[in-house]
Design a protein around this ligand. Structure first.
Ligand code: PQ2
Ligand code: SAM
Length: 243
């Protein structure tokens, strides 16, 4: 019987192509099938990071999100559409794995840090051998380009989703020594408002597409509310410790 292929979750870092690990690069080059998530009509951030390393013989498997920001007509629900999408993407991968081919799923940043790969992993890792290669995640790429040490001594770091409702975000930020707020995009105006209400806006730093060629660092006050892209984050660094 044919030995099944390996499922490989491959972190490729936050954007700068030099921030990929030696191991990820080796496994990328060795994988006959390379899968990647991508929004409709876009090139894919993860794909853009590694495309220069691809060889002709490799099979490319774009996994195109059926929806990211679009409003769905009733009776479709976002959760159902997304869950069906992960089911069918998993089956597509399973066909290659059953045929003995390794599949590398390339992931922007780290695969297990808010990565879509997790949903494939949850569906497939019990059936196939799975290997995950960590990547430099966006908040660490962000801290480095912002020149912002994150946490000193005994401080704790809160990683928050900008999708949280106003009051919950406020409660969690009020308690945090240091924080990273992910998933800005349309959530940006709410997040900035919360930071202002807590008196944290002056400490907060904002970056779009950290470490990518089109990276943009803008003072929080100057960000156009509706122009913040999904690939942006805010860091509230821990108070400097006079060590
Ligand atoms: C709905 C929404 C809300 C939310 O974030 O919760 C959401 N994505 C939104 C927008 C959006 N997503 C993307 C773009 C194009 C970006 C561009 O190309 O510039 C845009 C913006 C646009 O389309 O304009 C692409 C994308 N998405 C993910 C990755 C990375 C990866 O998968 O690794 C990549 C890059 C792939 C690549 O290119 O490499 C991953 C995730 N995105 C999810 C949800 C989760 C999956 C669904 C689920 O299961 O719920 C998951 C897994 C995160 C998770 O589960 O935490 C939010 C609407 C917010 C709003 O309303 O404004
Ligand atoms: C679906 S999560 C993917 C996170 C990724 N797996 C990681 O390890 O960072 C997408 C969110 O990560 C953040 N993000 C990812 N890459 C980024 C980058 N290069 N610059 C700024 N934010 C980024 C944004 O907050 C975005 O909404």
């Amino acid at each position: 019987m044919q030995q099944p292929g390996r499922l490989i979750g491959l972190g490729v870092g936050p954007g700068d192509p030099e921030l990929i690990t030696v191991k990820a690069l080796r496994l990328l080059r060795e994988s006959p099938v390379v899968a990647y998530f991508v929004a409709k009509g876009k090139k894919g951030n993860a794909f853009g990071i590694i495309e220069g390393h691809l060889q002709q013989a490799q099979t490319l498997l774009p996994l195109v999100y059926p929806v990211t920001t679009e409003v769905l007509p009733a009776p479709l629900s976002y959760e159902q559409v997304i869950s069906d999408f992960y089911d069918s993407a998993s089956e597509e991968l399973a066909q290659h794995l059953d045929a003995g081919r390794d599949v590398a799923v390339i992931c922007e940043g780290d695969p297990f840090f808010y990565g879509s790969y997790m949903y494939l992993h949850d569906r497939l890792a019990e059936r196939y051998q799975a290997e995950v290669v960590p990547g430099v995640c966006s908040m660490l790429g962000g801290a480095s380009v912002l020149g912002a040490p994150l946490v000193y001594r005994n401080q704790s770091l809160s990683v928050l989703s900008g999708v949280l409702p106003h009051e919950e975000l406020k409660r969690r930020l009020a308690d945090a020594d240091a924080a990273v707020v992910m998933k800005l995009g349309r959530n940006f105006p709410k997040v900035r408002q919360v930071l202002e209400e807590l008196g944290l806006a002056r400490r907060a730093l904002y970056v779009e597409r950290a470490t990518m060629a089109n990276q943009k660092i803008v003072p929080l006050d100057d960000v156009e509310p509706m122009s913040s892209p999904y690939f942006s984050l805010i860091i509230v660094p821990g108070e400097r410790w006079q060590g």
